[in-house]
Design a protein around this ligand. Structure first.
Ligand SMILES: Nc1ncnc2c1ncn2[C@@H]1O[C@H](COP(=O)(O)OP(=O)(O)OP(=O)(O)O)[C@@H](O)[C@H]1O
Ligand SMILES: [Mg+2]
Length: 323
């Protein structure tokens, strides 16, 4: 889809044919066309090496694209970077802190770098320290913080100058479940008034699903699919998935019998985990059991679950996101 200049001006982040190749290898990011709107949480989901960080770095103007363009609030990022810089906030994948400076000094330092007026900065620092539960550690040098606390501080640092386009590269890496829940809550709040935009990367399908208004699944630098989590999950079929752990791989006859009850998935012909997907799958459960046990297969365990983005990735690539 070709974007007009009016489209680009109304989007918080837009890219055209954005690509990056390092050295002589294949493209790390291959022809991305993104149109991210104000108020949106946009999730880039992909396995290690998919090109997520490379994309984020180009969106921030930190890495020069091999070809293509990036626009933030309608300004091309390579040329207009100075003007839009203060509107961008970033939490990089690798936590970067000064070991001798304290928690609050970090927030002040970033605020000053962005020329945040003193009174606003003091208020914002207090608010963020409270929000990210860093109060007890506010006067500690960061070399004494645990990994999760360092991550929380890094997230607070991304927000201290009041940016309206916030890029979070694997924000929940290293966070415990409680801190992760806090982060998710915070990200949702950030975009609530429709003014700010969050672009986040993750290889957690749960995180992408829970947080993103739209998700782009990236693999080997290419955008495989891009839509709302619900549409993506529905695209692989209606109904729930019945996963079964078996004592052996079912025979081809047993697989044939299973197929009468729904869409059957088995990663390899020798795999002992088989799933059947379909509407009212539990109504079909007795028939599924008979199909397997009549051929001598023992069912060791079963699990019923809804479709996930993991299934979408599996369908698109033939690989599991978790592998
Ligand atoms: N500075 C670099 N020089 C050469 N190749 C690089 C460089 N940075 C990244 N790459 C390669 O580009 C590809 C994409 O890397 P990138 O860091 O963007 O992936 P990612 O999706 O962020 O992965 P992860 O989930 O591991 O953070 C990988 O094949 C990686 O090895
Ligand atoms: Mg990365």
């Amino acid at each position: 889809m070709l974007l007009t200049s009016e489209d680009i001006a109304s989007l918080s982040v837009a890219t055209r044919n954005l690509s990056k190749g390092y050295d002589k290898g294949p493209l790390a990011v291959d022809s991305l066309d993104l149109s991210i709107r104000p108020g949106e949480v946009f999730g880039l989901l992909g396995p290690n090496g998919a090109g997520k960080t490379t994309t984020i770095r180009m969106l921030l103007g930190l890495l020069r694209p091999t070809c293509g363009q990036v626009f933030v609030h309608g300004e091309e990022i390579t040329t207009g970077r100075q003007r839009v810089k203060s509107r961008l906030g970033v939490c990089p994948q690798e936590t970067v802190l000064w070991p001798e400076l304290t928690v609050s000094e970090h927030l002040y330092l970033i605020g000053r770098m962005y020329d945040v007026p003193g009174k606003t900065l003091r208020a914002e620092t207090e608010r963020l320290i409270g929000e990210f539960s860093l109060g007890e550690k506010r006067n500690q040098p960061t070399k004494r913080l645990s990994g999760g606390l360092r991550r929380r501080l890094n997230l607070a640092m991304a927000l201290v100058h009041g940016p309206d386009v916030i890029m979070l590269d694997e924000p929940s890496a290293g966070l415990d479940p409680q801190s992760r829940a806090l982060l998710w809550e915070r990200v949702k709040q950030l975009t609530k008034d429709g003014r700010r935009t969050v672009v986040l990367t993750t290889h957690s399908m749960e995180e992408a699903d829970r947080l993103s208004d739209r998700v782009g699944i990236l693999d080997h630098g290419k955008m495989l699919v891009l839509d709302t989590p619900d549409v993506l999950k529905r695209s692989i079929g209606e109904g729930d998935v019945l996963e079964m752990e078996l004592d052996r791989a079912p025979s081809s006859e047993a697989m044939e019998a299973l197929r009468r009850h729904g869409r059957v998935e088995q990663q390899a012909a020798t795999a002992t985990t088989v799933s059947v997907r379909g509407l009212d799958i539990m109504q079909r459960f007795p028939g599924i059991v008979v199909a397997l046990t009549s051929s001598g297969v023992v069912i060791r365990g079963t699990r019923l679950r809804p479709n996930t983005l993991e299934d979408v990735f599996l369908k698109m690539t033939g690989r599991s996101l978790r592998d």
